[in-house]
Design a protein around this ligand. Structure first.
Ligand SMILES: [Fe+2]
Ligand SMILES: [Fe+2]
Length: 261
């Protein structure tokens, strides 16, 4: 699978956010602010032509407070640490990062998207029932597959990897790998990653690259935007596992076996 990594529109210096910009102008310049706008209930999609001050007022919020939140989000994106070198980082730090960033996000986002898809199916079933039913079928399959997948990584594979890492760094006993070698569960996880990737491709095809219908409401926008956020996060998540965590774990296990003669 390809990766979708960088934060688009990362600001280089912060700066003020004029109240007379439209919401769309803001999001085009700073795509990183979409999550903040969505959380604040400010329509950046179908209502993107409105000036910011008016859109904020429509959401029942105070412009000064919202502007402060948006500037804080921009500052956080601009001041973020440079991307970590996960090839050089401790294996435990990489596993923690995958768990805390990607597993938490995936579970939260799947639950949220399930609710959004329900609402959109109820509101738009009459005109877009076929697309939404296809989307529901693929989404449900992906969700079930990912729920089981995350649990297998958390309960079987990652503890096995951490056991090898602890032993090799002198912090624990030589682990007994119940499945013989971490290579076995890793191959299974890679196979499941391929399945998730195919589901993401299928959802793009079904939605014509997430092109919104003319009568899309804000919830419809949030659903399509959220599915794309899930896709981007899964790309990064799977890249970290397939291309970094898994090869490093296999190599470490080989060192352990070699060292034991
Ligand atoms: Fe994972
Ligand atoms: Fe995975």
């Amino acid at each position: 699978m390809s990766t979708v990594g960088s934060i688009q529109g990362r600001p280089h210096g912060g700066g003020d956010i004029p109240a007379n910009w439209t919401v769309a102008e803001l999001v085009i310049k700073y795509p990183v602010l979409r999550e903040t706008l969505e959380r604040l209930g400010i329509d950046y999609c179908c209502g993107g032509k409105k000036p910011l001050a008016a859109a904020v007022a429509d959401a029942g919020r105070d412009w000064t407070a919202v502007r402060a939140e948006l500037q804080a989000a921009l500052a956080a994106a601009a001041d973020g640490a440079p991307p970590a070198d996960w090839n050089a980082a401790a294996l435990g730090a990489l596993v923690d990062h995958i768990l805390q960033k990607h597993h938490v996000f995936t579970r939260t986002q799947l639950l949220r998207l399930d609710g959004l898809l329900d609402k959109v199916q109820n509101a738009h079933g009459a005109h877009h029932g076929s697309v939404l039913a296809d989307l529901r079928r693929v989404f449900d399959g992906l969700r079930a597959e990912l729920d089981a997948h995350l649990m297998k990584e958390e309960q079987i594979l990652f503890p096995a990897i951490m056991g090898i890492d602890a032993f090799m760094s002198g912090r624990g006993e030589r682990p007994a790998i119940h499945c013989g070698s971490v290579g076995h569960p890793i191959r299974q996880m890679e196979h499941e990653h391929d399945g998730a990737g195919q589901a993401l491709v299928a959802m793009r095809r079904i939605t014509a690259d997430y092109r919104l219908p003319a009568d899309a409401c804000q919830t419809y926008c949030a659903l399509y935007d959220g599915l794309q956020a899930l896709e981007a996060d899964l790309h990064e998540h799977i890249h970290l596992e397939n291309n970094i965590l898994f090869p490093r774990s296999v190599a470490l296990e080989e060192d352990m076996v070699r060292g034991q003669g």
